[in-house]
Write a protein that binds this ligand. Structure first.
Ligand code: NAD
Length: 488
């Protein structure tokens, strides 16, 4: 059935213009609706995730339901504070450098958490920052966390008081139809509409004017989104991917080495079988650390997925045949194949790819130039662990950079010399669950940030409001210009 975009988007615009979505009671009701979906329909969500991606209930709860429940509760707990205008006491004229020549006036507007300093020319006045919703926003999401990556931005959009079109990915069809059904039933469907379809629907949607487009997906489609948005001067957030490296040092304590190896195995294979934008893409380590590192990785892969991982319920499947072939093609190159030191088996029928470790595949092979997005883990050896800094700098900015090291000099160099959406030491993935830090990319991994208050801000315009009084009015600001005024 062809969706009537014209009338649906018109309805959303009318509802937004009515002011209904701006009411805090409406926002709270929608957030409670989301919470009820997550609670009432937990089993259905897990079933849909199992069918689309082979995710285990534990993984589904952890990555998609639990994180969303946390985010809705965080929005509910803080909404009042987020919505409140930041009252900036303006009766504090700026008395900093002030010249008697109007052309040299320094208008210093500085805001801190406490106050805005206004130029003395504006005295007396008060100012505040008032967050307002943007309008009708479009959220396009990807298939790998089809529930979580749809709901996380939706929470921010609703908390900020917008009307929303959500287009989930067609590659997770059970989740897409469950989102459509539950959001229709639990939320205000005059103001929140889920539109189901693939790239053709995405392209049709992009012809309309939205007030914000929040896109999660590939850089290729991100470019299309951005150029379509430019026609309407619509701001965009692009949550893209890329290759996320993990720098792995050696620790003096075997306990630390073991924990690092476990976290790496989890950060690579433990989320949707490596089909995760912040999953570890490849490892950089020093040559002499390689034997121990590979042995530890093998040990923990076996511990997590057993001797026959194809039978394991703890690892997701590859989403579809196209992505399965994309991944197996990465291994087709004979030189790449010969670099496999563990795993490598693939079963097209069950869309299973074994957790696989490769050592030093050629750096110009596709596995090292394209985002892997699957359970293949190249380990690249370097003469010195410090060489990892230049290795990373020579490549596009990752969405996430991980470094397992206690070497303070290396830590400092990674912080100051490399650029990435997030930099995390001695852990992987957990940044996604931290509401108090922004989540997003930089450079090729995208731009714009969200999660927690950052999501609210992403879908709001912070309007500067200044209230002036009539108490003082300076005569020399008005023409006619005279020599006398020049002397002042
Ligand atoms: P994709 O770009 O193929 O699709 C993303 C969404 O865009 C889907 O809903 C799809 O239907 C839609 N789409 C496809 N073609 C379109 C078009 N021409 N016009 C409008 N919409 C269109 O990406 P994907 O395969 O779903 O996701 C994989 C990529 O997403 C990876 O690169 C991954 O790293 C990235 N990703 C990033 C994040 C993040 O938070 N930064 C999260 C998950 C995935």
């Amino acid at each position: 059935m062809m969706i009537d975009l014209e009338s649906d988007i018109r309805e959303l615009r009318e509802v937004f213009n009515s002011g209904k979505t701006k009411e805090s009671s409406w926002r709270i009701k929608q957030l409670h609706g989301l919470l009820r979906i997550l609670e009432d329909r937990e089993d259905d969500i897990c079933k849909a995730l199992k069918q689309d991606l082979g995710k285990h209930h534990v993984e589904s709860y952890r990555d998609e339901i639990g994180t969303s429940v946390k985010s809705v509760n965080n929005a509910l707990d803080n909404l009042k504070q987020w919505m409140a205008p930041q009252k900036k006491l303006g009766l504090t004229p700026d008395l900093v450098p002030w010249s008697n020549r109007p052309t040299q006036m320094k208008v210093v507007q500085e805001y801190s958490s406490k106050r805005i300093r206004l130029p003395i020319a504006a005295f007396p006045s008060r100012a505040s920052l008032v967050p307002e919703p943007l309008g009708v926003v479009l959220i396009i999401s990807s298939w790998n966390f089809p529930i979580g990556l749809s709901l996380e931005p939706l929470i921010g959009a609703l908390a900020a008081g917008n009307a929303v079109v959500l287009k989930p990915s067609e590659l997770a069809p059970m989740c897409s139809s469950l989102l459509a059904e539950t959001i229709r039933d639990y939320l205000d469907n005059t103001a929140v509409k889920v539109m189901e379809g693939g790239s053709d629907l995405g392209e049709r949607l992009l012809r309309y004017k939205f007030d914000k487009i929040f896109f999660t997906g590939s850089a290729h489609v991100g470019r299309l989104v951005m150029s379509a948005a430019a026609q309407h001067l619509t701001p965009v957030t692009l949550e893209l991917g890329g290759k996320c490296p993990a720098v792995v040092d050696s620790f003096s304590s075997s306990r630390d080495n073991n924990i690092a190896a476990k976290r790496i195995v989890w950060g690579k294979f433990g989320l949707c079988a490596g089909q995760a934008c912040i999953g570890i893409d490849y490892i950089l380590t020093e040559k002499k650390y390689l034997p121990n590192l590979v042995e530890s990785l093998k040990r923990y892969i076996k511990q997590c997925y057993g001797d026959d991982p194809n039978g394991s319920l703890s690892i997701s499947k590859i989403v579809n045949k196209k992505h399965f072939s994309r991944l197996t093609n990465l291994l087709d190159d004979p030189v790449v194949k010969s670099s496999v030191v563990y795993g490598g088996s693939c079963d097209e029928e069950s869309l299973f790819i074994e957790p696989t470790i490769l050592v030093d595949p050629p750096l110009d092979a596709a596995i090292m130039t394209e985002e892997i997005f699957g359970p293949l883990l190249p380990v690249i050896t370097l003469e010195s662990i410090e060489d990892s800094v230049n290795f990373i700098k020579a490549r596009p900015n990752p969405l996430a950079l991980y470094a397992f090291t206690k070497n303070e000099n290396l830590q400092k160099r990674l912080v100051s010399e490399t650029s990435s959406g997030t930099l995390m030491f001695n852990e992987a993935i957990l940044q996604y669950a931290v509401d108090t830090l922004p989540f997003g990319g930089v450079g090729g991994s995208g731009f714009g940030r969200y999660h927690g208050k950052f999501s609210f801000d992403n879908f709001s315009h912070e309007k500067a409001v200044i209230m002036r009084g009539f108490f003082i009015d300076i005569w020399f600001r008005y023409p006619p210009w005279t020599d006398r005024k020049l002397q002042l």
